[in-house]
Design a protein around this ligand. Structure first.
Ligand SMILES: *Cc1c(COP(=O)(O)O)cnc(C)c1O
Length: 703
C-alpha cells in the first residue's frame, strides 16, 4: 500500500487535538468554546487514527490472524511500553491501592486503558481480531453493516445515553456492560466501524472529488456540532466520544485527506504517536514545574498558555525520544525475497482497456481468473479488475469461485468446470453461476429442485464439455428449476490461422447461432451469450455475443507464436524473479549439478539461484533455458533442481550473491518473454504461468 501524504500530515493536528482534549485550551475562557473544541472537534482524532490503521490493512482481513498479526503485535508492544512509562504515575495516583484491585486492573488492562489516555491501545487490540472475524464470517460489505450496528449500540451508551435510560430494560443491559468497562468507546463498539471504513475507502477506485469531499465535510461537521450541542442541552450525554453523525464526518474528512497529494513520511506517523503517548507526562511535569516556580497562575490557570506549554514540552520530549530511538533502537530487518512474481498492475489495466477496445458493441469482458489468475494471484487480480469496472469473472472450480466471493468480489462468477449437484447449496449461498456440462449433469442439477443459476455449455464440435448443439432446447426445457442466465460454447481451433481451422471455427459459431435461434423460438432468451476466449476475440469479429471470456490475453501474453491475426497491443504483466545465493568456479574437466549434467569443458563460473521446479519453473528448461542477470542473458547450467538451479555466469565475472535473476520479464535492455521461455520449455505460456507455484511471493507494482 502506498503511503498517502495527506493521511500522514493530518496525524499531527490529530495528536494535538488529543492533547487539547486532555488540557482544555479554552477552558478558562469560554465554556461553550471549550465544549466545541474538546467534545466536538477533538472527537475526529481517534476515529482518524483507526481509519488510517484500517486503510493500511485494506486487503488483509481475509487472511485471518496472519493478516492482522503484525499490527496487533506492534500495538501490544506499544501498550506494554507505554504502561511501563506510566507506572510511576499509576502508583502515585493510587491505582494499586483501589478496592478490588485485581478486578479493576483487569478492566483497565482489557478495556479502559492502564492510564487514562491509553484506552486506545486495548481498544485496538480487541477491535482488530473482532473486525477480522466479522469480515471473515460475513464478507466485507456485511461486516461493515455489522460494525455500524455495533457503533449504534455504542452511541446509545455514550452521547445518546439519555435516551437509553428512558427504557428501563435497555438501561439494565448497559448497566451490566458498564460493570465490565467505563465507556462504550472501546474495541467492541467504536473500533470495527472506523477500521472498516478506512479499508473500504482504501479499496475504492473512484474517489470522491476534493470539492465534494470538502462540501460534505463542512455539512457533516455542522450536523455533528448541532447534534452535540442539542444532546448537551438535553443533558443526554453520558460521554461524548460517539455521535451519530461522526462516521459521516470521518468519511468526508478521510476522502479529502487521501486525495491530498503531498509528500508524507513515516517520521510524521512516529512523531504523532510519540506526542500521543508522552503528553500526559508533559501535563504532570508542567503542573509540577509551574507549582515549584510559583507560575501556576500563568502556566496552568491560563488554559491557552497551559495547552501551548504542554504541546511544546511534548514536542521536545517526542523529538528527543525519536532521535534516541533511531540511534539506538532495534533495526528493522527486511528479509530479502527468495523467489517471487511481480505483477505490473499498469500493464493489466492497459490490457483491459485494449481488449475492451476490441469488443463489439454491447460486449463485455468476463475475466478468466482460474488457476490463481494464471499465476498472477486470483483475489488481488479480481479486486483490481472489479475496481476497473469488470463485473463478470470465470473460474475453473467451485473452490476458486468461493474464494473470490469470500474476498468480497460482487460480480457474476461463472464456474467453467463440472460442479457436482451436491454443491448446489454452496453455489446458491454464494450466488455462484454453474456451467451445465451435459444432459446427465442437467438432469442431476434439476433433480435438486433448487433454482440454481446456470450458463448452458453447448458442444459445437470440441467434444469436451457441453450439451450437443442440436439437443440444447430440448434439454433446457426439461429443466424448469434451473435459472438460465446464459449460454456459451468454446472454440477449439480459434488460435490457428490456417484455412481449415478458420472454416471449423466458422462452423462452430454457426452451430452455436442455430442452437440459440431454436432456443429463442422456444421463448428462451438467455441474458448472456458467449463463445470467444482470448483468440476467439482477437481473431474473429461479428460474433455478436454479450461477453468474451478472456484469460491469457488479459495477462498480456499469447499462448505461442502465430496465434493472432489482429493487432491489439498487449503488455505482459508478470515477471518472475529469484536471487543468486552462491557463486563458484568449476574447473575444466569437472561437472556441476545432478548427474553432473553441466560439463563446460573449460574453467567456468556457476551461480546457484533460489528457484526450482517446485516453484513452477519447468524442469524441462534444464540445459536449455535462460535467465537475465545484470541485464545480460545467461544459460541455465545443467539440471533444474526442486528448489534451485545453476546458471552459467562465466561471461559475467561481476555476478555475486544477492543479485536479482529474472526468468520472465525485463532486466534493463534485455527481455525474456513468456512466449520464448514456454517454447524453450516445450510448452505453452498458459501452462507456464498457471503452474507458477504457491511458494512464490506475489508483489504488486502500481506503476
Ligand atoms: C480457460 C478458458 C478460457 C480462457 O482462455 P484463454 O485462451 O486463456 O483466454 C475461456 N473459456 C473456457 C471455457 C476456458 O476453460
Amino acid at each position: 500500500m502506498k503511503r498517502q501524504g495527506g493521511l500522514d500530515w493530518f496525524r499531527i493536528p490529530a495528536a494535538l487535538l488529543v492533547i487539547a482534549i486532555h488540557t482544555g485550551p479554552l477552558a478558562s475562557l469560554t465554556e461553550t468554546g471549550d465544549f466545541f473544541l474538546t467534545r466536538v472537534l477533538g472527537r475526529v482524532a481517534v476515529p482518524f487514527f483507526l481509519m488510517v490503521t484500517g486503510y493500511f490493512l485494506q486487503d488483509r482481513w481475509m487472511e485471518g490472524w496472519r493478516g492482522i498479526r503484525g499490527s496487533w503485535n506492534k500495538t501490544a508492544l506499544l501498550y506494554a511500553g507505554a504502561t511501563v512509562l506510566y507506572l510511576p504515575l499509576m502508583l502515585y495516583k493510587g491505582d494499586f491501592a483501589r478496592e478490588n484491585v485485581l478486578w479493576e486492573e483487569l478492566r483497565d488492562v482489557v478495556f479502559n486503558g492502564t492510564f487514562y489516555h491509553l484506552w486506545y491501545f486495548p481498544a485496538l487490540l480487541l477491535g482488530l481480531p473482532l473486525t477480522m472475524a466479522l469480515v471473515r464470517a460475513l464478507g466485507e460489505r456485511r461486516a461493515l453493516w455489522a460494525a455500524g450496528v455495533l457503533y449504534l449500540a455504542g452511541v446509545l451508551g455514550d452521547s445518546w445515553y439519555g435516551l437509553t435510560v428512558q427504557v428501563p430494560a435497555l438501561k439494565g443491559v448497559y448497566d451490566q456492560l458498564f460493570f465490565l468497562f467505563d465507556y462504550t468507546r472501546n474495541g467492541l463498539f467504536l473500533v470495527p466501524l472506523f477500521l472498516l471504513l478506512g479499508s473500504t475507502l482504501a479499496g475504492r477506485k473512484r474517489r470522491m472529488s476534493p470539492g465534494r469531499a470538502a462540501v460534505g465535510l463542512a455539512l457533516a461537521f455542522v450536523l455533528m456540532t448541532l447534534e452535540a450541542f442539542w444532546l448537551r442541552s438535553m443533558d443526554w450525554l453520558r460521554h461524548d466520544s460517539m455521535y451519530l453523525t461522526l462516521p459521516l464526518v470521518m468519511v468526508c474528512l478521510f476522502a479529502l485527506l487521501s486525495g491530498w497529494k503531498v509528500e508524507g513520511g513515516k517520521g510524521l506517523a512516529q512523531l504523532a504517536l510519540a506526542l500521543y503517548v508522552i503528553h500526559p507526562w508533559s501535563i504532570v511535569l508542567i503542573r509540577g514545574g509551574a507549582k515549584a516556580l510559583r507560575l501556576s497562575w500563568l502556566l496552568v490557570d491560563c488554559s491557552p498558555v497551559f495547552y501551548l506549554a504542554v504541546c511544546l514540552l511534548s514536542a521536545v520530549l517526542s523529538v528527543l525520544w525519536l532521535v534516541i530511538w533511531r540511534r539506538y533502537g532495534p533495526r528493522r530487518t527486511v528479509l530479502p525475497r527468495r523467489a517471487w512474481v511481480e505483477v505490473d498492475c499498469g500493464a493489466l489495466r492497459h490490457n483491459l482497456r485494449a481488449l475492451n477496445g476490441a469488443m463489439e458493441e454491447g460486449q463485455r469482458m468476463m475475466a478468466v481468473v482460474k488457476a490463481e489468475g494464471y499465476g498472477h494471484g486470483a483475489v488481488p487480480l479480481a479486486r483490481l479488475l472489479e475496481g476497473e469496472g469488470v463485473d463478470a469473472f470465470a473460474t475453473a472450480t467451485l473452490d476458486e469461485a468461493v474464494e473470490l466471493r469470500r474476498a468480497g468480489i460482487r460480480g457474476t462468477i461463472l464456474i467453467l468446470g463440472y460442479v457436482p449437484p451436491e454443491a448446489v447449496s454452496v453455489a446458491l449461498r454464494r450466488k455462484l453461476t454453474l456451467t451445465v456440462v451435459d444432459e446427465a449433469h442437467a438432469a442431476a442439477l434439476e433433480a435438486t429442485g433448487k433454482p440454481v443459476h446456470v450458463h448452458w455449455k453447448v458442444d459445437t464440435g470440441m467434444h469436451r464439455l457441453g450439451v450437443d448443439w442440436e439437443r440444447l432446447t430440448k434439454t433446457v426445457r426439461a429443466c424448469p428449476h434451473l435459472v438460465t442466465d446464459g449460454v456459451y460454447t468454446h472454440l477449439c481451433v480459434s488460435d490457428q490461422l490456417d484455412e481449415e481451422s478458420r472454416a471449423f471455427t466458422v462452423l462452430q459459431l454457426e452451430r452455436f447461432r442455430q442452437a440459440l435461434e431454436t432456443l429463442e423460438q422456444a421463448g428462451i432468451r438467455p441474458k448472456e451469450v458467449h463463445a470467444q476466449a482470448s483468440y476467439g476475440l482477437l481473431n474473429y469479429t461479428g460474433v455478436r455475443c454479450t461477453l468474451a471470456r478472456v484469460g491469457i490475453a488479459l495477462y498480456g501474453v499469447l499462448s505461442g507464436p502465430g496465434t493472432v491475426c489482429g493487432a491489439v497491443e498487449l503488455e505482459p504483466a508478470l515477471a518472475l524473479k529469484a536471487r543468486v545465493t552462491s557463486v563458484r568456479t568449476v574447473k575444466a574437466g569437472e561437472g556441476a549439478g545432478y548427474g553432473l549434467a553441466f560439463r563446460p569443458g573449460r574453467e567456468s563460473r556457476v551461480a546457484a539461484v533460489s528457484i526450482g521446479y517446485a516453484d513452477g519453473l519447468p524442469r524441462s528448461l534444464s540445459g536449455r533455458g535462460h535467465a537475465l542477470v545484470r541485464g545480460k542473458k545467461v544459460p541455465v547450467a545443467g539440471r533444474v533442481c526442486m528448489d534451485q538451479l545453476l546458471l552459467d555466469v562465466t561471461e559475467l565475472p561481476e555476478v555475486k550473491p544477492g543479485d536479482v535473476v529474472t526468468f520472465l520479464g525485463r532486466d534493463r535492455g534485455e527481455v525474456l518473454s513468456a512466449e520464448t521461455v514456454a517454447e524453450e520449455a516445450g510448452t505453452i505460456t498458459n501452462e507456464l504461468l498457471s503452474r507458477l507455484g504457491a511458494r512464490l511471493e506475489r508483489v504488486y507494482k502500481a506503476r
